[in-house]
Design a protein around this ligand. Structure first.
Ligand code: IMP
Ligand code: MG
Length: 175
């Protein structure tokens, strides 16, 4: 079965939107510094590009989580595979994630991070699939709302491939 990737959001569109988000976030955090937490692996590409567009002081950390349960549906109970290096006490935390799908993973993670002494914990996701939502979670900043399609690129994978695509695409299977 042949596989191809159809462009959903071009590199130009994604980059332009990230620039806008960077400007908006820089304005809203004026006079403050931001502790950005990238969620590995998917959120890492977006996080780097976003951080480059933020003009207030930024520090970064990473976290890696995996979902317990079946392979296709996240269970909402997440296992911390790589924990934070730095304390969150007294910081303005911005969590950067690739996509909000059912919302199970990120809502669990946000609750966990909110208990660590930060001044505030906000969420920024590159993509949002609102049709798929099971747990009510709203991001403070969203790049794009997309339809219920399986997407790859800009950090997102299909069986660990395609993360390096500079655009967002939909995997199509030709039989
Ligand atoms: P949730 O707990 O269902 O919101 O799962 C979110 C996680 O599932 C994301 O961080 C991605 O790793 C993965 N995911 C959800 N939708 C897609 C997609 O369309 N392509 C690639 N990964 C996805
Ligand atoms: Mg992920």
């Amino acid at each position: 079965m042949a596989e191809r990737v159809e462009v959903l959001l071009s590199e130009e569109k994604v980059n332009a939107r990230i620039r806008e988000l960077g400007e908006l976030i820089s304005k809203e955090y004026a006079g403050k510094s931001i502790h950005v937490i990238g969620i590995l692996k998917g959120g890492s590409f977006f996080m780097c590009e976003l951080a480059k567009r933020i003009t207030v002081p930024v520090s970064i950390d990473f976290m890696s989580v995996s979902s317990y349960g079946s392979s296709t549906e996240s269970s909402g109970v997440v296992k911390v595979v790589k924990d934070l290096d730095e304390s969150l006490i007294g910081k303005h935390v911005l969590v950067v994630e690739d996509i909000i799908d059912t919302g199970r993973t990120i809502s669990y993670l946000m609750e966990l991070l909110k208990g660590k002494g930060a001044v505030d914990v906000k969420l920024c996701a590159l993509l949002d699939k609102p049709e798929r939502r099971v747990v009510d979670v709203k991001a403070d900043y969203i790049g794009f709302q997309i339809p219920d399609e399986f997407v790859v690129g800009y950090g997102l994978d299909y069986a660990q491939r395609y993360r390096n695509l500079p655009y967002i695409g939909i995997v199509k299977f030709d039989s």
